[in-house]
Design a protein around this ligand. Structure first.
Ligand code: 5RP
Length: 296
């Protein structure tokens, strides 16, 4: 991972790369990001949400050798989403993920539904549900069916063994529930997401609000650095289930299974963003082609 001082970040929100410079404007949006203390970027005024800066931080500091232009990244996300449609058949119950890549998938699925494909969707966030309904995709919940044929979702990091970090968009709890009910769990991602080891991306942990300070101390004792996720306006980010997210700076995680078990054992933790042994296939795309990664 490169030195943040000489780094470049990409903001999904305003779709630009930013060159980081020593901060002379501590009040700017980027300098409020706790991952970028005392630093700002040339176009900080155009960075509307510090959350996006944080979510993209690890990927973009380490992308100096793997840098993709914004158009390329979005094209790659769309290509991965397009390929994932091959896993969807008439009559299926489809789990619909959350985030920008999953949004591409839901839009493409909506087009197929308009052309006559009959599917029913179970969504992993209110945002995905609203989008699906707006596109005419019939949406059901676990009262109507408890098994999903295939779920298509994005990820923040993917290893070659298909272990994942998810939750950058804050939907990790419902995403894990939906994934756990799926016969086939397909990840769609651009190639920046493929990593040797998990942990450059801050690990999201969803917690009961009243327990947050207690959970934070216990997480620190595990050697990670948690911070309460904020919205762009500085309020606490609240999940669809009314909880808080602690984004945990971990550094490369030596033993994800051990860390997952330790975090799960903390009372007050609702769920964490380590998805281990859950995904079956990852469709990893550049702007020109899609590589299929299966569990080795
Ligand atoms: C949301 C998620 C997303 O799938 C993950 O953050 C990837 O998002 P994107 O496709 O926008 O890069 O886990 O909670």
């Amino acid at each position: 991972m490169g030195d943040p001082a000489s780094g470049v970040i990409f903001c999904n929100s305003c779709s630009r790369f930013f060159i980081l410079e020593p901060s002379s404007q501590p009040e700017t949006a980027a300098s409020q990001c706790d991952v970028l203390p005392a630093r700002t970027c040339r176009a900080a005024q155009r960075l509307p949400c510090t959350l996006e800066a944080r979510q993209n931080l690890s990927l973009n500091f380490c992308c100096s050798t793997n840098m993709l232009a914004m158009e390329t990244v979005d094209k790659a996300k769309e290509l991965a989403a397009q390929r994932s449609l091959e896993f969807v058949r008439d009559g299926m119950i489809v789990g619909m993920g959350s985030g920008t890549t999953a949004t591409h998938f839901i839009k493409l699925l909506g087009e197929r539904v308009k052309q006559g494909l009959r599917v029913r969707g179970i969504s992993s966030s209110k945002a995905s549900e609203d989008l699906a309904r707006s596109l005419g995709i019939p949406v059901i919940d676990f009262h109507q069916a408890t098994e999903i044929d295939v779920t298509i979702d994005g990820a923040d990091e993917v290893t070659h063994k298909l272990d994942l970090i998810k939750g950058g968009g804050g939907a990790l709890l419902r995403e894990k529930i939906v994934a756990s009910a799926s016969k086939l769990f397909v990840i769609v991602a651009d190639s920046r997401k493929l990593v040797e080891r998990l942990g450059k991306f801050p690990l999201p942990v969803e917690v009961i609000p009243m327990a947050a300070p207690l959970v934070a101390r216990k997480l620190e004792a595990l050697g990670v650095r948690p911070s309460v996720r904020k919205t762009g306006s500085g309020d606490d980010y609240i999940t669809d289930e009314g909880n808080l997210i602690l984004d945990c700076a971990c550094g490369e995680i030596d033993d994800p299974h051990k860390l997952a078990a330790e975090i799960r054992a903390i009372v007050g933790v609702v769920e964490h963003g380590l998805f281990l042994g859950m995904a079956n296939i990852a469709l990893i795309a550049s702007d020109t082609d899609v590589k299929e990664v299966t569990r080795g």
